[in-house]
Each structure stands twice: as C-alpha cells, then as structure tokens.
Write a protein that binds this ligand. Structure first.
Ligand SMILES: [Zn+2]
Length: 58
C-alpha cells in the first residue's frame, strides 16, 4: 500500500492518508476514505466535546 494524497473537505488543503492509516481503516472495515485532514478532524472533535460540555447528556 502507498500513501495517498487527499483533499480536505473543510479547508481544501491536501493531506496524506498514509499506508498505515489505510491499513487501520481496512482493519476496521471502513471502505470510505477520510474526508478531512487531521487538523480539521481534531477541530471537529474539540467542537463536539465543547458542545457536549455546554449541554451535558444525562
Ligand atoms: Zn482540513
């Protein structure tokens, strides 16, 4: 497997989907590729966490 260059859906920047990550996705049974770069994924994760803290689930 080879590293792939993908374009982030959020910021439009190119990012590398490494062979290791592709293997990880395959192991997990995901057949879609990541749509966002790591930075944007982290941002979304942080945003999700922040909104959960603002409105805690019971
Ligand atoms: Zn991005």
């Amino acid at each position: 497997m080879e590293d792939k260059t993908l374009v982030c859906q959020d910021c439009g920047k190119e990012f590398i989907f490494t062979a290791g990550e592709q293997q990880f996705y395959k192991d997990k049974g995901f057949d879609n590729e990541p749509k966002r770069c790591k930075e944007c994924r982290e941002k979304r994760k942080a945003a999700r966490r922040a909104s959960r803290e603002a409105a805690p689930a019971e």
